[in-house]
Write a protein that binds this ligand. Sequence first.
Ligand SMILES: [Ca+2]
Length: 413
Amino acid sequence: MRRFSWICGPLAGAVLFMTAFAATVVSAPDNAAAATTSSPAFQRWVKQFRKRARRAGVSYKTFDRAFRGVKPNPDVIKAANNQPEFARPVWKYLETAVSDVRVEKGQVQFAEWKKTLARLQKRYGVDKYIILSIWGMESSFGSYKGTHNVIEALATLAYRGRRKRFGRTQLLAALKILQRGDIPASQMMGSWAGAMGHTQFIPTTYNGYAVDYNGDGRRDIWNTVSDALASTGNYLRRSGWRRGEPWGHEVLLPKGFKYSLASKSHRKPLAEWVALGVKRADGKKFDSWSRSSSIILPAGAKGPAFIIFKNFRTILRYNNSIAYALAVSKLADRLRGRKGVIGTWPQNDRPLTKVQKKELQKLLVRRGYYRGRIDGRIGNGTAAAIRKYQRRIGVVADGYPGAQLLGRLRRGS
Ligand SMILES: [Ca+2]
């Protein structure tokens, strides 16, 4: 996967979308202020990078034009260091991502781009409502495309801080875009992390997947909606989208369901789930029996359950976050006139922050349920330990690391 651990996926827009709600900004490092002036050290770095870019095929002319007036931007450093203090529950994320306002906005856009979307669905085999929905998620249908000069943002990341490698790779890729003439440097705008245009592609994603749909010779995801939508279609097709298949369905699980089976990494043919008593939440029948599928519980056994197919995994390749993929899928459902999430979310059992997850792991170690790493990541090992503890105290063993579970562990029962 072409992925960067700190950014959810090649489309950085969703990261901004999620961090935009962070309550607290961790202060930037002390040297951030020193980095904001165009210091001799920065000039030396630019000179070196200029040679490196030349070796990669970027002319001095392109480089100098792109770097005119560029200096490290403190806002970019601040944004890159921002760590949300609170974990945002998936239901809060969906409330905003699949709001009635966004659905209405999407319906207006659907009417306007109906023909283009139909052609794209035919050409790439990708569900037109999913393409539309991703446009809605990434830039709210073009309303938030980012106001940073991409070269400046990426030069800042490449020069300073913890994202240097990402910054350098993306900066080089951005210079190649300018070299080819798809967009003038002055119009190459995007997010602080270099996510650009309607689709919020970072430069390497752009170079790999952007297409010129309207045939004017430029792959313009900044100003040409049809180019942007086609680029999204192309990306999904190349990531393994299967024509005509749904993303999945919300499901109801039978009494006595073995919750240890509910995991993205546990796959079964659909028929086996049906044999266990899994049903669609909307009361309809499944349209296929052989599909490889998994059951996920984004908020544990007390929240809604979903069965996911290959196309849901394709959306995850776009952006490796269950909340994001679920938002894209449900927004697409709403746009085609179907229901939103039917089940209710456990509003009183919030997800844990990374610090709290570490505390949870420590408590599980202390009580003898867990022997793995204390890293604040709930992988299969931690989930298995949670389930062991849950069985011991006689609650549903779903492995979900919620606030209620942590409270129970803290009380020492
Ligand atoms: Ca074009």
